[in-house]
Design a protein. Structure first.
Length: 104
């Protein structure tokens, strides 16, 4: 069998460490965005800005996963990134919401 006819080798699997690392990177950005919204946004507009932050995390998650360049597990990695970002932003928004209620 010539080299041109040889079967292609399957792509190497992405180590679990890299998959988790890409999700954690999105979570860190979500935390930074949530803190920025909590500090700089007016109290009445925080919910809208948190929603925009989650949308930014969606775009970032797709960009990070496309940069990794591994098709296997793409949906699972994006879902993991977004679920974590949702939880992080929810916790930060809840804390700032409680602060706003108790300080009034």
């Amino acid at each position: 069998m010539s080299r041109a006819e040889a079967p292609a080798e399957p792509a190497a699997e992405l180590p679990a460490r890299a998959a988790i690392g890409s999700a954690v990177a999105v979570w860190v950005v979500a935390a930074l965005m949530g803190l920025a919204v909590g500090v700089f946004a007016p109290v009445g507009q925080r919910a809208g800005w948190v929603s925009l932050s989650l949308g930014g995390c969606l775009v970032l998650s797709f960009a990070v996963q496309l940069w990794i360049g591994r098709p296997h597990g793409f949906i699972a990695r994006v879902a993991l990134s977004l679920l974590g970002a949702f939880v992080v932003l929810g916790i930060i928004a809840g804390v700032f919401g409680l602060i706003a209620v108790t300080s009034s």
